[in-house]
Design a protein around this ligand. Structure first.
Ligand code: NAD
Length: 424
């Protein structure tokens, strides 16, 4: 694990950028316009704890790009958050929005905190203080956050309320991933996983894999991972392994996904703890071995740097669908490419989340709300089009899907930057 932490995700992101920029033959000036983040904000957030003491939490917001639209990207609460992680996540948001063609730039936020150690009251105070400190940055036309690891619709409500109280207006479009009762969109909770399923379906067609008979392993069982398991299970695929912070659970005959969802519901927090007692499966001694199982589809849906040069040689999946951001390091990428493993890169694979966030933002601005069918129809169209464009570019230039996705996206951002020109 100590080895994993040493890999700087922002350096990984820049390596990905450089590979695509060199195929595109971008000039130094073009690179300078779109590579580094535009603005980095760091704050120390004082929060009054339940025992009366004041504790300081470090928070970040990075706006990587506002060239194609307002900055857009989630807020992560995690003890290992660093400014470089937030920079990487903001960078990936810029290019993710460009891959699927939604009119946003890229941003990301993070707070260094283990939210499981906070009471509900302390969590609310921290969420509101973070948003209040950053309220000059945020706005429906400037920077629109969303949930990420360890943040959820309730936290989005507290943040929306804080902003609306400051502005003395009802402004739901300042943040997405809200619940339906407060301007959320139908289909947003499952959007990241649903978008991934559309890309996996397309990849399976190209690789002649029958998705209905495919075996799947999923790392992470939160918003992205649990919906991924449910949707693929409903489509007929066999989910043989799932995991979260409590461990990895394996059954080669298929895990009962409904039992897993019920276990999470019945545990106080959304965790798989005790699953091996509730349904037929074994708990793996080393949870990282989930990644090395012989499956058709491997879905990392937890954190960055999970597949590295150390374990990449042992990966046996035919498809890696990156629901998480940055789960594969650049060194591992090279190894997996030689092994002819088909990677659906994060900036394409998990773009369903930001796509339905975009639809939520549009609905908030209209004050008119769509049915789930309407939202999913648009999501499918957008994801399928993006997959086809990336796949065609990869074939044409004889590059892998990650380089092709970045080529498509960097080209779009660069062209927009050139059209805008320089103000002063
Ligand atoms: P979440 O907090 O809902 O879930 C995270 C899950 O990962 C939890 O089940 C947690 O227990 C598990 N986890 C953490 N560390 C782990 C480890 N070392 N091994 C195994 N499991 C571990 O977060 P989420 O929103 O589902 O996000 C997961 C990933 O998907 C992140 O990389 C995030 O950036 C990405 N993503 C999320 C969205 C979204 O809409 N939520 C959109 C795009 C990308």
């Amino acid at each position: 694990m100590s080895f994993l932490k040493q890999i700087n995700p922002f350096e990984s992101a820049l390596i990905q950028f450089d590979k695509a920029a060199s195929v595109l033959k971008l000039s130094e000036s073009q690179i300078a316009m779109v590579k580094e983040p535009r603005r980095i904000t760091e704050v120390n957030l004082p929060v009054r704890m339940d025992n009366g003491s004041i504790q300081i939490f470090k928070g970040f917001r990075v706006q990587h790009s506002v060239v194609r639209g307002p900055a857009k990207g989630g807020i992560r609460f995690h003890p290992n958050v660093t400014v470089d992680e937030v920079k990487a996540l903001a960078f990936w948001m810029t290019y993710k929005c460009a891959v699927v063609g939604v009119p946003f730039g890229g941003g990301k936020g993070g707070v260094v905190v283990d939210p499981t150690l906070l009471s509900r009251n302390e969590l609310e105070s921290l969420s509101r203080r973070y948003f209040a400190e950053m309220s000059d940055l945020f706005g429906p036309d400037s920077d629109v956050p969303a949930p990420d690891v360890n943040t959820n619709p309730q936290i989005m409500c507290w943040m929306f309320d804080t902003y609306s109280m400051h502005k003395k207006q009802y402004l739901p479009a300042v943040i997405t991933g809200k619940p339906l009762e407060l301007g959320g969109s139908e289909g947003r909770s499952e959007a990241t996983a649903q978008g991934m399923v559309f890309t996996v379906r397309d990849a399976c067609e190209h690789l002649n894999i029958n998705l209905k008979k495919a075996t799947v392993a999923i790392q992470g069982f939160g918003n992205a991972g649990s919906f991924a398991a449910k949707l693929l299970h409903d489509d007929g695929a066999k989910i043989v392994a799932i995991s979260d912070v409590t461990g990895a659970y394996y059954n080669p005959a298929g895990i009962d996904v409904n039992a897993a969802l019920n276990t999470c519901k019945n545990n106080k927090t959304w965790l798989l703890k005790g699953l091996e007692k509730n349904t037929k499966c074994e708990k793996l001694n080393d949870p990282m071995k989930l990644l090395e199982l012989e499956v058709d589809i491997l879905i990392p849906a937890a954190l960055e740097n999970q597949i590295t040069e150390e374990n990449a040689p042992n990966i046996k999946a035919k498809i890696i669908a990156e629901c998480a951001n940055g789960p594969v390091t650049p060194d591992a990428d090279d190894i997996l490419e030689k092994k002819k493993i088909f990677i659906i890169p994060d900036v394409l694979c998990n773009a369903g989340g930001v796509t339905v966030s975009y639809l939520e933002w549009v609905q908030n601005r209209m004050g008119y709300y769509w049915s789930k069918d309407r939202v999913n129809e648009d999501l499918e169209k957008i994801m399928t089009k993006a997959f086809d464009q990336v796949y065609d570019l990869a074939q044409k230039n004889k590059v892998n899907m990650r380089i092709a996705a970045f080529m498509l996206a960097i080209d779009r951002v660069t062209k927009a930057a050139e059209l805008r020109g320089l103000y002063a």
